[in-house]
Ligand binder design. Sequence first.
Ligand code: ADP
Ligand code: MG
Length: 159
Amino acid sequence: MVSDSTCIGQTDTPDETKRLAETLAACLHPGDVVLLTGDLGAGKTQFVQGVARGLGLDDQVTSPTFNILQSYENDVTELHHFDLYRLEDDEELDDIGYFEVLEDGGVSFVEWAEKFPEAIPDDYLQLTFIVEPDGTRTVEAAAEGDRSEMLLRAWREEL
Ligand code: ADP
Ligand code: MG
């Protein structure tokens, strides 16, 4: 069972969202999978940009909506950023090598995984981005599986 969602933070600006993401980046281990949920424009891609910054990946992370997958690497780490918004059916997950990429030893962030039950791995951290009426973003987190529970605990200590 996925753990109850708990509030991780509230951010007033895109840069605050990125700084929150940098605190998660510090806790990541190879193979970790993070699913990002929330409306279009909620801040999921901004968050992944912050993770990239935290991992020391200089490449500019843009929205992978048109590519489905963008990967970034340096000598120490690799970041995979999926956006499944434009994927039409779950057979395409195989075509894009989704399952292999998740297991290739990098860290993976996936937007719109909830569109496809098959795209949900056994163990993942789930982040939910909520746009509040005043425009601030609330970020909630829940963990499914032992490794993501450890990741969430480590992140909370980092905050
Ligand atoms: P998503 O990937 O969820 O569709 P993006 O991260 O691409 O969304 O875009 C979020 C948009 O919201 C950006 O234009 C960003 O400037 C804006 N924004 C405003 N406030 C925030 C905030 N607190 N956190 C993240 N983005 C914000
Ligand atoms: Mg996005």
